[in-house]
Design a protein around this ligand. Structure first.
Ligand SMILES: [Fe+2]
Length: 283
């Protein structure tokens, strides 16, 4: 069987991508943030996953208010970086893994998850910033990402987003799907977005370190409890965009109950959000 070897969660703040693209990673504002991913870059270079199932949300780049899939899986051969208003990020085209993506689509849909199948899609910072953080910027002489990527987009933009429990259960269904795929593939699952952030209104810039820390602790120690957090608690405690954290539960649901935390990092601020990052390895 194919195997999920690890899960990664990380924020996907667009300003992080801009800092990388504009060569600002060593500036005093950004240096501490990028230092927090040095371990992760070394770790993933050793791990060498074949495929990453990358859970993220689209920010009105591929979808709009005209079309809002709750869960959408990218089954295409490739996904170009989206133009989010300043031209596409100067990062490689993302190579997909259609065979595994179709297999996950089939398995999860037959398990009664209403997954939207996407055969053409551009991917925005929600997907490309985590790739940049984990792999660094690919050199011009070798301009490709080191693994294949299956985009899994989740609606956390327009109410109602899926519940944390639904996300957790989708993660479990993805694990079942991957483990019933042809043997030999080394798969990772990433959850992105979060942590606490609120982008507008009188509470803009809200950071709740206590909530974020408890969420990171819960991912390792008691993820089932996190799956019971209602939407209103995310909004109240972590800000209106803090709801992105439900995507981390898809990642966690796809891992074993006794997955081991091997690294975490927390940093405030990046733009006006808290950046959280955790790596969990399956036993
Ligand atoms: Fe986002």
């Amino acid at each position: 069987m194919a195997r999920i070897v690890a899960g990664v969660a990380t924020s996907h703040v667009p300003a992080i991508g801009a800092a990388i693209d504009q060569g600002k990673t060593q500036e005093p504002y950004w240096q501490p943030l990028f230092a927090g991913f040095e371990f992760s870059k070394r770790w993933i270079a050793e791990q060498k996953p074949d495929v990453v199932v990358l859970v993220y949300n689209d920010h009105a780049s591929a979808f709009s208010l005209e079309l809002i899939p709750t869960f959408a899986i990218g089954c295409a051969e490739s996904f170009a970086p989206a133009d989010e208003g300043w031209g596409p990020r100067p990062v490689p085209v993302v190579e997909g893994h259609p065979e595994l993506a179709w297999h996950i689509a089939q398995s999860t849909i037959l398990d009664e998850f209403d997954m939207t199948i996407v055969n053409r899609m551009e991917v925005d910072h929600g997907l490309t910033v985590p790739l940049s953080l984990m792999f660094g910027q690919p050199a011009a002489s070798n301009f490709h990402w080191p693994c294949k990527v299956i985009p899994l987009a989740v609606n956390v933009v327009q109410y109602p987003p899926p519940t944390g429990n639904r996300c957790w259960n989708l993660g479990r269904a993805i694990r079942k799907a991957v483990e019933s795929f042809a043997p030999g593939l080394k798969v990772m699952i990433w959850g992105t977005g979060g942590m606490s952030h609120q982008l507008q209104g009188p509470r803009a810039g809200l950071i709740n370190r206590a909530f974020d820390t408890a969420f990171l602790d819960g991912l390792t120690r008691d993820p089932a409890a996190l799956a019971r957090i209602p939407h209103v608690d995310y909004v109240r405690e972590a800000g209106s965009e803090g709801i992105e954290l439900v995507m981390w539960l898809i990642m966690r649901g796809a891992l074993a109950a006794d997955a081991r935390e091997i690294y975490r990092f927390y940093h405030v601020p990046a733009s006006n959000t808290a950046v959280g990052h955790i790596i969990l390895e399956n036993p």
